[in-house]
Design a protein around this ligand. Structure first.
Ligand code: SF4
Length: 219
């Protein structure tokens, strides 16, 4: 009930990622590689058996666009009649473009990790801001429902950064500020970082609302 706004969804996590965000809260998925066919078979049974009351499938990760079989997988899910939401880090605009053009996905959520100055450090990927920027434009021009979102990891995203990010996507459909949870992180020292005070996060959302509708999550 949380992964797709307003919908009841099943969520599938695709292993593997092309970034290394120190604050990543799914570190096991970032380095994992294998997914056995038994698991896929169970997933499709689950979808067929529940397709009358599940609204959709959320495909998240890791980073789904790193999987070379993503389009085939999405086609197979589409055939079940279940709608698809894709979560992406926007680091592979070519693969994202193919997904957007396929007509298989109904909703896209893309992470914006930081302002452009901090992007490489926040993602561990050189040139990641340029790729993210291109993906932002592709998503905005796609005609699909979408949202942008930022996990507020205070070491890379400050209270003044958030309205700047919002301004950079001014007029977009929706922006979500997600509270950082330090319990389990990719970089061990990230788990010692204190999350932003909830009141301050709400204030930041209010400041971002000058540019586009903004909500908070996990506060
Ligand atoms: S938070 Fe970063 S490292 Fe973790 S899955 Fe998302 S893009 Fe990959």
């Amino acid at each position: 009930m949380l992964d797709w706004p307003g919908r009841l969804a099943t969520t599938v996590f695709i292993a593997g990622c092309d970034l290394r965000c120190p604050f990543c809260q799914n570190p096991d998925l970032v380095v994992a590689r294998d997914c056995d066919s038994q698991t896929l078979s169970e997933l499709f049974s689950h979808l067929y058996n529940r397709r009358d009351w599940i609204d959709g499938l959320v495909v998240t990760g890791g980073e789904p666009t790193t999987d070379p079989n993503l389009l085939g997988f999405l086609e197979a899910v589409h055939e079940t009649g279940v709608e698809i939401k894709l979560d992406t880090n926007g680091n592979n605009p070519d693969a994202l473009s193919r997904v957007l053009d396929s007509g298989l996905v109904s909703y896209v959520a893309m992470d914006i990790k930081a302002t452009y100055e901090n992007y490489s450090e926040a993602t561990g990927g050189r040139g990641s801001w340029q790729r993210a920027d291109r993906s932002i434009r592709l998503i905005r021009e796609s005609g699909l429902e979408y949202e942008f979102r930022t996990t507020v990891y205070p070491r890379f995203v400050s209270r003044t950064d958030l309205p700047r990010i919002a301004e950079s996507i001014q007029g977009a459909r929706m922006y979500a500020l997600q509270q950082f949870r330090p319990q389990k992180t990719l970089a061990s020292d990230a788990s010692g970082v204190k999350p932003m005070n909830p009141d301050q996060l709400v204030e930041c959302a209010s400041a971002c609302s000058r540019y586009l509708p903004t909500i908070t999550r996990g506060v």
